[in-house]
Write a protein that binds this ligand. Sequence first.
Ligand code: ARG
Length: 258
Amino acid sequence: TGLIMNLLRSVLAGVCVALAASGVQARSWADIEKSGTLIAATGGDLKPFNYFEGKQLTGFEVELTDAIARKLGLKVEWKVLSFDSLLAGLQRDRWDLAISSHGITEERAKVVDFTNPHYCGGATIVSKDGKVAKAADLAGKTVAVQTGTTYLERLRKMDGIGSVRNFPLDRDARAATVSGRADAWVTDKFVAMEAIKLVPDSGLKQGEILFPERMAGAMSKGNTELVKAFNKGLAEVMVDGTYEKLSKKYFDQDIRCK
Ligand code: ARG
């Protein structure tokens, strides 16, 4: 019986390992193609990149992803979650793609694979009446920023800042700055431009660019065929005018990396 028990135990262990492994296995390009649907996750809080118009998720990144998927013969099933949880969900195979203005960083590239960049932006300082405009002006100030962002990482490394307050939603970091609970907000320059345009009497003004960023979609580490397929679709919309049309619609300019 000892032998049988041991045998049972090792079979059981094997089943557990297999289950655990299948649980974290990302869907391959072949699986996705067969299913006809790409599952994409985004924050839904970053106008004009990903946001809601009433109940409808839209924005540059949403429309661009839909267009890329069409090139690949797929439709997109969107999931909206807090920005902070998007990369972790890839590792647990909850979705195939995270696209939410993620800057390409070495740190992130250790845990996910990035597609080719779909736009180039930059971290910018925003404050009321432009009182805080340069990195040096942040000394002693309260700075509002979104949780899980490259902006937060950078601010943590800067000396002399009074305090850094982080918010799960980028728009709450903005609201804190508008209401005077924070002296400055750090966000992407295109998000800042949109916020200033939408609420001109907020007094918000854009200061200097702290650092440039290349934004890309993220996929599960090692999901190479899917990265390749997405890049092919991206290249196609970049040459056939689709990208330019969408970019001009949202930004009045072409924001692809040059
Ligand atoms: N570009 C910044 C980063 O990579 C901010 C992204 C914020 N995205 C969002 N959907 N709220 O961390």
